[in-house]
Design a protein around this ligand. Structure first.
Ligand code: SIN
Ligand code: FE2
Length: 258
């Protein structure tokens, strides 16, 4: 599959960061350019290395690593696997414990699946929609998550769940913590496919200072350590028609839950 620009980050090398951001956000009035300027100042100062596999590993801050475009390479396999999972465990909207409908559609694969309804947030062994176990985590997806965690400094990460979120351009994900897992020494590995989004990374409190991170097709973000329970969310999915996912952004969140 050919994309006009598979890795926008490379543009940073030829444009100034500010110019890059202005272009990216033009027409997107909900994103505050000033917020993003400070964020990208931050991005410009982060440590970038290119590893043996030619992946750009960007340490945005200690324990927050962006591996730019890493999943774009074998993306057809990953995408096929996501579709197979969704055939067995369809995407569906879930309710928060407070009774609100989440705007992204959700499914899972792995030993357990993350679930939310009026009874609370939890991991379940069975998919409440089908009554069946959640689909097995496809080997290629698990390998991607393990590779990414290793690059980010977590070589012992063995994910047992992959939460899959499907966003349309009017979906968001409010600021939240991932804290339903047992072992917080294990990181979160988050893979983005399709449409780009503005990912908000805050601190240990909901009202801590926020950092905006533009996540594009193929990007893998890993966070752990002191940041493991930091608040994060999706404030905006940028409109577009993606060659792979059409009108959607797909996010795969790998965790070690049990
Ligand atoms: C999540 O935190 O559950 C999803 C984040 C994302 O979609 O990038
Ligand atoms: Fe999360």
């Amino acid at each position: 599959m050919v994309r006009p620009c598979t890795n926008d980050y490379f543009k940073l090398k030829t444009h100034t960061v500010v110019e890059y951001l202005r272009q990216k956000l033009s027409g997107n009035s909900e994103v505050n350019v000033n917020d993003c300027l400070s964020n990208n100042y931050f991005l410009a100062r982060s440590k970038v290395t290119v590893d043996l596999f030619n992946d750009e590993v960007i340490e945005l801050q200690h324990s927050l690593t962006l591996i730019k475009g890493m999943a774009a390479n074998n993306v057809d396999r990953y995408w096929r696997s996501v579709q197979e999972v969704a055939q067995q465990a369809p995407f569906r909207k879930m309710q928060t414990p407070g009774g609100q409908m989440m705007s992204a559609e959700i499914t899972n694969c792995g030993q357990v699946g993350w679930y939310s309804d009026r009874q609370g947030y939890r991991y379940t062994h069975l998919d409440p929609l089908t009554g069946q176990t959640w689909p097995t985590m496809p080997t290629c997806l698990k390998a991607l998550a393990v590779d990414a965690a290793t690059k980010a400094g977590y070589p012992k990460f063995v994910p047992d769940v992959c939460l899959i979120n499907r966003y349309s351009t009017d979906s968001k994900m409010g600021l939240h913590q991932d804290r339903d897992e047992r072992d917080f020494t294990q990181p979160i590995v988050s893979v983005s496919l399709g449409l780009s989004a503005n990912f908000v990374f805050a601190g240990s409190q909901r009202n801590s200072p926020r950092q905006n991170i533009l996540l594009e097709h193929g990007d893998v973000l890993v966070w752990g350590g002191q940041l493991r329970k930091h608040f994060h969310g999706i404030s905006k999915v940028l409109p577009g028609d993606d060659p792979l996912t059409g009108p959607y952004r797909i996010n795969l969140t790998f965790r070690q839950a049990l």
